[in-house]
Design a protein around this ligand. Sequence first.
Ligand SMILES: C[S@@+](CC[C@H](N)C(=O)[O-])C[C@H]1O[C@@H](n2cnc3c(N)ncnc32)[C@H](O)[C@@H]1O
Length: 264
Amino acid sequence: MSFSRKILSSLKQLIGRKNIVILKKTLGITAINRIDACNALISQLSGTTYLEIGVAQGNVITKIDARRRLGVDPSPKPSSLEKQADIIYFEMPSDQFFSHHAVQLFTDSPVDVALIDGLHEYRQALRDVDNVLKYLAPGGVIIMHDCNPLTAVAGLPPADRAAYEQHRKEQTTFQPNGPWEGDVWKAIVSIRSTRKDLKVFVLDCDHGLGFVTRGTPDSSLDYSAGDIDSLTFAEFDANRSSLINLKQPSYFEKFQAQLSNQRS
Ligand SMILES: C[S@@+](CC[C@H](N)C(=O)[O-])C[C@H]1O[C@@H](n2cnc3c(N)ncnc32)[C@H](O)[C@@H]1O
């Protein structure tokens, strides 16, 4: 760990995670990650319920300051969650979770902040957004991880990615290939093309953090489902700013101010 990261980590413990965005701003650091964003928004909304689709090792959900935390992942519950018994874990794919459990869990206590970080396939990411929207509290926020792949390999859809990794295993000693965001970016293009009731933008940090809220969008797109299917990574790479409404990390502050105005 670098010296500056050590300092930041100690300060986080000292001042509490929900103030980390303010601290970073004071230090002139504008890049935030998904943990900071979720905690800042939960604090701002005085939210109680956090939902995470795709928990993996629990590196995010265990660091979220919310009274009620729910995680969904088909993999067995990670050991990191054993120490935090209040986290409710559903060992199943998100579609199953929404069809069997969501109504009972969220009808009276809707979701304030959700992180969608499950299967990196755009149709699944879209379904996850649609499902969360059914249970999103007024003024609530959905954050989508992995919306901004930087290379063609990182942007491969799951089926192609599996074939690519298999090929590499057969050819050479297997090596991890770095980040993989899949084609979640297409979910952003789809929402911006079909939903005139949702505002969406992507922050250029932490693999691309997409923010979805209810409201009239400032700008939209006009891609059909067929167009979106056939969009290539090269087209994305050449037009990423306009396709996913990419914003600098410092835009997060403006977004928070807008959220406050909407609620007042
Ligand atoms: C990138 S990891 C999540 C990382 C975690 N959110 C974090 O930030 O540390 C993606 C996870 O999604 C899970 N996953 C895959 N398909 C899923 C689905 N249909 N529903 C929910 N989770 C899924 C995988 O098992 C994997 O653990």
